[in-house]
Ligand binder design. Structure first.
Ligand SMILES: Nc1nc2c(c(=O)[nH]1)N[C@H]1C(S)=C(S)[C@@H](COP(=O)(O)O)O[C@H]1N2
Ligand SMILES: [Mo]
Length: 546
């Protein structure tokens, strides 16, 4: 009798693990149960030394850039594909390994071998889901029971597949010479049926899961204060650059106000934590005279709301990169809330914890000095989307995103605190936003004719210097002089500014460079450096053949 091979074990591993992923995903979407592949990744990520994590992230970013993909849209999917790929590889290895054992195992032991291997994978994953979900306040036993059960079933399914395959080898009463071919056909048929069942379960699970997933929380309008008039530049096109800062951006310049669906997103988790607005509340704890707990409706109704147009950038943004966006944030002044809680004298920091295990702290001195620091519950006039931090995130002007937690679950006043999540992993303590300027477009197809008959190519883009403001943008073509560009009035003191320069057309290949100055005249740093650890520096340039 020929026993099923180790290779067929690997194949069965694949065929059993794909539907396992689909079923786990469906349960995650339907019942909010843990999705262990992601949990394992999230858990591991926090255990891995910062250097390795940074190298991994950088490697991924480089690969995507080399493939010509945008980091904004491709990095999360790429991470997810990588993690699922690793999980599948685990399934394939388990299958091969288990079949190798089963080939030598006694009949009565086979079932146990499958269950033990299922448990060997399921137990650690169960433990991980337990620790992770306890952190975000879910105390039920559903997750561990579900995780363990599904992995035991998965482990047992290998044994069933093995036995069925083995059965196909000797179950037929056929003439001796034909046996092998019939066996092969039988095995192939079984594997094809298993593949079909696997595909069917996977498609149904993934399809249903994603359909149900989109039903989550459609944006309801948030009442906004009167100052929150809709943001529109309201500028007529065709106005000239000289018109006192009110000119049309060069065609091809990014939108001044980022459509919400295009806002970049960066977070440590593969999928955003899902927080129930009904049960969520924010404790203001620690060194306060009146500890309070604020519900989302407390935050939205008991305090005066404020709106700010804000450009947010990730410290990982490369020169000219797309991890920078602008939208309108609505929330409440953090200082107001702290006043009410009555901060004790010994307190120095506001320490924040997030549902995804992220943490940071903000010096109280900074909060006292800066009225713009806010707890934000809405973006673009709608409650924060899950991926952008629902229900609450903080805004701190002039810092990169890594200092500004989303999904805040706890605010505690403390005398001292560990450094923030990314600071602990080697990134800049303060993470002050660095001045940056970008060429979005050299609009060769939109040449304008000047009064003197010159043909001018509109060139434009953005410049941003955190909350410090941009006073000047200059453009250089090849090794010519630096020339001043026109600046639009920014949407607010916290947003990027759109610049434009209409350049007299010259045929040939050219390199265009841009640089800016902050409001106080300080120049943008021209020396190139990568994003780690303090944010990228250097000049953006674009080569163009005209
Ligand atoms: N809880 C939590 N907050 C977080 C992060 C995170 O991973 N978890 N990422 C930070 C980083 S690095 C950035 S750049 C911004 C991005 O915010 P956005 O994804 O809403 O654009 O969120 C910050 N706040
Ligand atoms: Mo970031």
């Amino acid at each position: 009798m020929r026993k099923p091979s180790v290779a067929s074990g690997a194949l069965v591993g694949l065929l059993l693990t794909v539907p396992l992923i689909a079923v786990l995903y469906l349960a995650n979407r339907l019942a909010g149960l843990a999705f262990p592949p992601f949990d394992a990744f999230d858990w591991l990520r926090d255990k891995v030394p910062g250097g390795i994590l940074n190298t991994g992230i950088e490697g991924l970013a480089r690969t995507l850039t080399a493939l010509g993909l945008s980091l904004r849209s491709a990095s999360k999917p790429a991470e997810i594909i990588m993690v699922l790929g690793m999980f599948l590889a685990m399934g394939v290895i388990v299958g091969a390994f288990l079949f190798a054992i089963l080939r030598h195992a006694r009949e009565s032991w086979k079932m146990w071998a499958g269950l033990i291997l299922g448990a060997a994978v399921g137990f650690p994953l169960t433990a991980i889901t337990l620790t992770l979900h306890r952190a975000s306040g879910i105390h039920s036993l559903d997750n561990p029971l579900w995780t363990l059960a599904i992995f035991l079933i998965w482990g047992y399914a290998f044994v069933w597949a093995y036995n069925t395959l083995a059965g196909k080898l000797h179950g037929h009463e056929i003439a001796h010479g034909e046996r092998m071919t019939v066996e092969k056909i039988g095995r192939r048929k079984f594997l094809i049926s298993l593949g079909a069942a696997s595909a069917a379960i996977s498609v149904v699970g993934a399809g249903l899961g994603s359909v149900l997933g989109t039903r989550i929380r459609e944006g309801k309008k948030v009442p906004l204060s009167a100052s929150a008039a809709p943001t529109k530049s309201g500028l007529a096109t065709g106005e000239s650059v000289q018109a006192g800062g009110l000119f049309a951006p060069a065609p091809g310049t990014r939108p001044e106000y980022t459509p919400l669906e295009d806002h970049y997103r960066i977070d440590i988790n593969l999928t955003p934590p899902v927080i129930d607005a009904q049960t969520w509340s924010l404790p203001i704890a620690g060194l306060v005279r009146n500890p309070v707990r604020l519900s989302l409706s407390d935050l939205m109704t008991k305090y005066e709301s404020m709106d700010q147009l804000i450009t947010l950038s990730c410290i990982s943004n490369t020169i000219g990169g797309d991890l920078i966006s602008t939208t309108r944030w609505t929330g409440v002044r953090v200082q107001k809330i702290l006043d009410e809680a009555g901060v004790k004298d010994e307190a120095r920091l506001l320490s924040l914890e997030s549902a995804d295990g992220f943490y940071e702290s903000v010096p109280l001195n900074l909060i006292r000095q800066d009225e713009r620091i806010m707890f934000a519950y809405a973006w673009d006039g709608k409650p924060l989307e899950a991926k952008h931090g629902f229900p609450l995130r903080i805004y701190i002007p002039d810092r990169y995103g890594m200092k500004q937690p989303k999904w805040i679950t706890k605010a505690e006043l403390v005398a001292d605190s560990r450094p923030g999540y990314w600071v602990e992993r080697g990134w800049d303590r303060e993470a002050h936003a660095r001045a940056t300027s970008v060429i979005d477009t050299v609009a060769v197809k939109d040449v304008v004719t000047a009064e003197n008959g010159d043909r001018l190519v509109p060139i434009g883009g953005i410049a941003w210097a955190g909350a410090r403001g941009v006073s000047e943008v200059e453009l250089k073509v090849d090794d010519g002089e630096w020339i001043k560009a026109g600046l639009r009035k920014p949407l607010s003191g916290l947003t990027w500014v759109i610049w434009r320069y209409d350049w007299p057309f010259r045929a040939g290949s050219h390199t265009f460079y841009v640089r800016c100055r902050e409001a106080d005249g300080a120049p943008q740093i021209e020396t190139p450096s990568g994003a780690f650890p303090s944010g990228a520096t250097g000049l953006h340039h674009v080569k163009k053949k005209l």
